[in-house]
Design a protein around this ligand. Structure first.
Ligand SMILES: Cc1cc2nc3c(=O)[nH]c(=O)nc-3n(C[C@H](O)[C@H](O)[C@H](O)COP(=O)(O)OP(=O)(O)OC[C@H]3O[C@@H](n4cnc5c(N)ncnc54)[C@H](O)[C@@H]3O)c2cc1C
Length: 487
């Protein structure tokens, strides 16, 4: 089949009999329910977008020649890295970077996973079948253009004991086997995109201790697999006129608690079943850096959108005060540093000797995982500070269209330099939807936690990712100089 159209994507959602709870209601058709139809339509537009920008967003499948999304690519050169980045950028512009989980996010992880079957197989090839399943699955993923969600984090019950893993009866674990596959039971957070996914995946995240085989699982299953249930968070989607809620009416990608209620995972969909050592080694596939390249590309689009929006707001109310100009400059700095990091990561990409696969440079991108989680809340704060009360003096579409109040609105709620009341309201409504709506609150939480917290990412930088050799050498050099001076 290859890359799907939006219509094919929506048809796929309609034909999947998922168990999805939105508040007290079971939603069978996410394409028509008020809580989910806006998100479904925006994702359909992403599927169409890959065809609109086919030169940038599609590549031929290396075996069949079918056109597939560029996020499935195994880059084989630096040019491929740049080309993929251009395609990902184009896709992210479909949502202004506000949907973190357009399917290219998960596609990048699976192209990373499947590029290194030897990691899944283990040194002595003991998981040969799981590795072959992974390779086959990635082919299916790219050729059927499947939309994926995932859950890799255990639910929080008691932070004093959750990390002990062994004996945890809440998180997902293997509880049996049948002739058809393994039986899994337990909960997981937090399946972003669940209403808009065709399949869900489970794969290694935090390392497991020895003896934790029942938790050492990786697999992919369709969303209508019996026993699989999703509890959606409160909807942040708006059914108001898109003028009033331009972002909430389109970009709620949802997040759902995932329940595996004795779910049978078929043998051919199991990538890992019980091998803790392999589970703990899957970062060696290099999947994380591909995913970080996608997420940083998406974040750059969001930052640049935010900078544009903030600048437009300031211009519309004639705000050239030093404080505002400084804050706009701060947004420009975040944007430029993020762009620099991406360009550096591509320019200094590297080739894996074993198979000729190319990777973005981790040193350039790793810091972005912590920095963006801190910058995004500040971005929202800046828009709030520049916007002030103007974020709320925003007539709705119906008020603007009402002949009784429109002349008064035109007289009293226009902006500077000829800005009409309509133009001003459109921009400030968009800004409020960006920082003050339910969607904005969810976006705040997403940016802070979707790659784990900034705190954890900073710790990882210090504890291993950052090369401290020059820092140490500089201090040693200065200590030596001090000693020499003293002597
Ligand atoms: C909107 C949203 C969407 C998500 N989507 C998905 C998804 O699709 N799939 C999925 O699997 N997961 C998803 N997640 C879950 C996400 O991966 C976790 O929230 C993330 O791993 C952080 O875990 P946590 O919430 O337990 O926070 P923690 O990392 O435990 O952080 C909680 C608090 O503790 C602090 N903290 C944590 N560790 C340390 C430390 N070592 N030192 C100091 N302070 C520390 C943090 O700063 C933070 O304030 C999503 C989360 C959100 C919010």
């Amino acid at each position: 089949m290859g890359a799907r159209t939006g219509a094919q994507f929506l048809e796929g959602l309609r034909s999947t009999n998922r168990t999805l709870w939105v508040d007290g209601e079971q939603v069978s058709d996410p394409t028509s329910h008020p809580a989910t139809r806006g998100g479904a339509a925006s994702l359909a537009a992403i599927f169409d977008r890959q065809h609109t920008y086919a030169d940038e967003c599609l590549v031929p499948d290396p075996e069949t020649g079918e056109a597939i999304n560029i996020s499935h690519m195994f880059p084989r050169s630096k040019d491929d890295l740049f080309r993929r980045h251009a395609g990902l950028t184009r896709l992210s512009e479909g949502t202004m970077g506000l949907m973190g989980r357009t399917p290219d996010y998960m596609n990048m992880k699976f192209s990373g996973f499947a590029s290194a079957p030897w990691v899944w197989a283990g040194a002595d090839n003991r998981n040969e079948r799981g590795a072959a399943n992974m390779v086959d699955y990635q082919k299916e993923l790219r050729r059927k253009d499947i939309s994926l969600t995932h859950t890799i984090i255990q639910p929080t019950v008691d932070k004093r004991t959750d990390t002990q893993v062994l004996g945890n009866k809440v998180t997902i674990r293997k509880v049996g086997e049948t002739a058809d596959g393994i039986v899994v039971r337990g909960g997981r957070v937090l399946a972003t995109l669940a209403p808009f996914a065709d399949e869900t995946t489970v794969y290694p995240a935090l390392p497991l201790p020895p003896g934790a085989g029942e938790y050492a699982l990786a697999f992919a299953i369709p969303l209508d697999t019996p026993g699989l249930k999703f509890l959606c968070r409160d909807s942040a989607s708006s059914t108001a006129d898109p003028f009033d809620k331009p972002l909430s009416s389109h970009f709620d990608e949802q997040d759902a608690f995932c329940i595996f209620d004795d779910v049978v995972v078929p043998w051919n969909r199991i990538f890992l079943d019980g091998d803790v050592d392999i589970y703990n080694s899957t970062r060696e596939t290099g999947f994380a850096i591909h995913m970080t390249a996608q997420s940083t590309t998406r974040a750059l689009t969001k930052l640049e959108f935010a900078y544009g929006l903030a600048s437009r707001m300031a211009a519309m109310i004639g705000d050239h005060t030093p404080g505002t100009v400084e804050m706009l400059g701060e947004l420009a700095c975040y944007t430029q540093v993020t762009r620099n990091a991406l360009e550096l990561s591509l320019e200094h990409g590297w080739e894996r000797e074993r198979d000729g696969m190319w990777f973005p440079n981790s040193a350039a991108l790793d810091p972005m995982r912590a920095l963006l989680a801190m910058w995004m809340p500040r971005v929202a704060e800046i828009i709030t500070l520049i916007g002030s009360h103007n974020l709320l003096t925003t007539p709705t579409r119906r008020q603007l269209d009402d002949p009784a109040v429109r002349p008064l609105i035109d007289e009293m709620l226009h902006g500077a330099d000829g800005t009409t009341a309509d133009e001003r309201s459109a921009v400030f409504r968009m800004a409020w939807d960006f920082v003050g709506s339910a969607l904005a609150g969810r976006g705040f939480l997403y940016e802070r936690f979707y790659l784990t917290s900034a705190a954890r990412n900073k710790q990882m930088m210090h504890m291993g990712l950052f090369d401290r050799s020059r820092a140490n050498a500089l201090v040693d050099d200065m200590l030596a100089r001090a000693r020499a001076t003293t002597a």
